[in-house]
Write a protein that binds this ligand. Sequence first.
Ligand code: IPM
Ligand code: MG
Length: 358
Amino acid sequence: MEYSIALLRGDGIGPEIVDSAVLVLEKIAAKYGHKFTFTPYLIGGCAIDETGVPLPEETVKGCLESDSVLLGAVGGPKWDGLPGSSRPEKALLGIREALGLYTNLRPARLYPALKSASPLKDDIIGRGFDIMIVRELTGGIYFGERGFREGRYGREAFDTEAYSLTEIERIGRAAFETAMKRRKRLYSVDKANVLETSRLWRSTMHGLAEEYPEVTLTDMFVDNAAMQLIRDPSQFDVIVTSNMFGDILSDEASQVTGSIGMLPSASLGSTKRGMYEPIHGSAPDIAGTGKADPIAAILSAAMMLRYSFSLETEAQAIEAAVDRVLEAGFRTADLMGADDGVPLTCTEMTNKIIEVIL
Ligand code: IPM
Ligand code: MG
């Protein structure tokens, strides 16, 4: 089969890790007889430098014409001084919205080979964990009305959280469907003791639960969820939550695995076209040094094969190769302690993974 992939390399380590993922996809193409065509487009700081805007129209058009999108990371200190509406991060929100990608899947699982990298105690980590965070991605406070106004104490800034029934239902359905394919336990995380949007969220989730009698639905307040993720991550299966809560909890969950450099994500909408990107940022401090960990981008490519192209065998071939390389003891700098010897560079790690794709 032939598939077109838009590459949004972005800033910082984005280009190096996307290039790693492309090499892995090329190996898969050769091995399984597929054809992937890659077309690069600008996004983020590099787009600001070249075109004056973080998300050029050509980029949105290119993505809409592709079968799928692979993104590196955006942003860096060079553009930090810009106003909110023209920052590189705005492009990320813009492309998510333009492509209608309201479901963000963020898996966080413990790699047995990396147990020692987790900050949790052995007795907790010994239970292992495998969590799928389903984050709402195109609504809530990220997209609500914002601005400045005169308030009780003078000039104030405001951001608003709004969720429609439709938005909650569609992310809820995506979460229940995800739970059905896993251990059938769904945790809906909200702040229903305070927020009106959370109360609508909660009642909507319970309404949907009637359509999925096999799934056990548990409500959890977000502050408690943040605590439970550290106390005992093994209790979770699928977590569904709002844009903002999902942003925060997914960083927490990733750190519990031992390295944010390893976690991929998939952003999906109502078509097969998705956008796949690492959870980590652009890490401008290590860009170009070879220290970047390509695994999150490579696993994001595997998610693309699974969710956009329905190539499950090929997706598993990549995931198994990553497992094998880690089991064999190969590590990039982010996964090593100061005395652990010489880490692999981004390129070396990529080559190791490609070598063991069976
Ligand atoms: C993420 C990031 C983005 C977000 C930023 C860079 C806008 O933190 O993808 O988690 O908050 O969604
Ligand atoms: Mg984040």
